[in-house]
Design a protein. Sequence first.
Length: 140
Amino acid sequence: MIGIVVSRFNEKITHALQVGCVETLIQKGIPADQIKVIDVPGAVEIPFILQRTAKTKKYAALIALGAVVRGETSHYDYVCEQVSQGCQRVMLDYDLPVAFGILTTDNDEQALDRIGGRHGHKGAEAAEVALEIIATSKSI
């Protein structure tokens, strides 16, 4: 089972991340009934739900999807730090792969470039990372 935790904040972007991620997992052979998508209000909530999901021990990997776009205040810096450290902590504390598909961009244009634009599709890439790290972990 693969778990995907996706933020609703910046939904136009995060929904596209989710679609690309799920489509890639299915294309790579993961049955749809083995993919669990859990949505949360914003990026800061992602690590908590990753942690709760990891505790179930039902998942081979988790994928974090979100979009944090810089605003006019330092809030962006705090959110990015909390989310990245929280995801890392879940991965290491639970010995469970967590693919980091959280966009941290200066503006919406940069985010759009990362959901199928000139910088690829980061949702699809997060799916590929999760599958690769599962395979690597099994080979150790």
